[in-house]
Write a protein that binds this ligand. Structure first.
Ligand code: MTE
Length: 297
């Protein structure tokens, strides 16, 4: 993904040419989200896309199970009908959106590297829209410094939420600084591999922040709040010395249990070096100028 002003400019031109109104066709509206229409990513960086079967069957979704395969099978009957996302907090226009509203945002394919803190990685063709479009719509006040995201809380649907001793605190919460949330790489994804998201991958809507470890990419979002203070996230609560708020991919800062210097792409035998900011240094390094990334991990 090569986000240059020129690239964005070309994309927008193409988008306008196709006609934004006509593009949001009725096939993608409605509860089934049966088909997605989107602008294709040209894959200018020539990333090798991970095998779809591997990428959609090796998941972390603790609400279902900590076992990656089991989570997939337990997710199959996940009910996302009448899904709503509440947008609130320090904004001028609080609103609750249903998926029909959400699918009116300009959808694009984005082929991104994805790096889990457990040291596996993949390259996924997401389908989604830039979070900043939604942010611009709700008009944050000048008090909005962070954005907090929350996953559905539903003990009837999520076995681990119903457990006597849940693995982590629920609901799952994540957060971004407002400038991170406004960055053009930050995506709200509704699909992958040209299709609507599968339940195990965070249907019907999830966050994707490609320069951060995968745990920031919160799934099945029901709430987006604009807040003054840095929100406390699920993984910080779980182990503050292991999981920071920023969680930028950084091969020079090890996790206590995993060196982050290398990664293994799904399906590969050999490991390869991990790139600073997961390969998006040129695009995002300026967000962290002057910050000590060893402390702000
Ligand atoms: N979101 C929720 N709600 N629950 C989770 O357990 N796991 C996170 C993230 N988002 C998780 C979540 C972690 S640790 C990773 S690596 C990614 O989702 C995995 O995304 P994938 O399963 O689609 O590959």
């Amino acid at each position: 993904m090569n986000i240059t002003p020129e690239y964005l400019y070309q994309k927008r031109r193409k988008f306008l040419k196709l006609g934004i109104g006509a593009f949001v066709s009725s096939t993608l509206i409605g509860s089934k989200l049966s088909a997605l229409n989107f602008i294709k990513d040209k894959n200018l960086d020539n990333l090798k896309i991970s095998d779809e079967e591997l990428a959609t069957n090796y998941v972390n979704f603790y609400e279902f199970s900590t076992d990656k395969r089991k989570a997939v099978s337990l997710a199959q009957n996940f009910n996302t009908q009448n899904w709503k996302v509440e947008i609130s907090g320090e904004i001028e226009k609080p609103i609750t959106l249903n998926m029909e509203d959400i699918l009116k945002f300009p959808l694009e394919e984005r082929i991104y590297r994805f790096r889990c803190v457990e040291t596996w990685s993949m390259v996924v063709p997401w389908v989604g829209f830039e979070l900043r479009h939604l942010i611009e719509m709700v008009k944050p006040t000048n008090k909005a410094k962070f954005v907090k995201f929350t996953t559905l809380l539903d003990k009837n649907q999520f076995p681990d939420q119903a457990a006597l001793f849940p693995t982590i605190d629920y609901p799952y919460v994540e957060g971004l600084r407002i400038d991170e949330a406004m960055h053009p790489l930050t995506l709200l994804a509704v699909g992958m591999y040209k299709k609507p998201l599968k339940p195990q991958n965070g249907a019907p809507i999830r966050l994707v922040v490609p320069w951060k470890y995968g745990f920031k990419s919160i799934k099945s979002i029901v709430k987006i709040e604009f807040v003054k203070d840095q929100p406390r996230t699920t993984w910080q609560n779980y182990a503050p010395s292991e999981y920071g708020f920023y969680a930028n991919v950084n091969p020079n800062v090890s996790h206590p249990r995993w060196s982050q210097a290398n990664e293994r792409a799904l399906g590969d035998f050999f490991t390869k070096p991990t790139l600073m900011f997961n390969g998006y240094e040129k695009e995002v390094a300026k967000l962290y100028e002057g910050m000590d990334l060893r402390i702000n991990f």
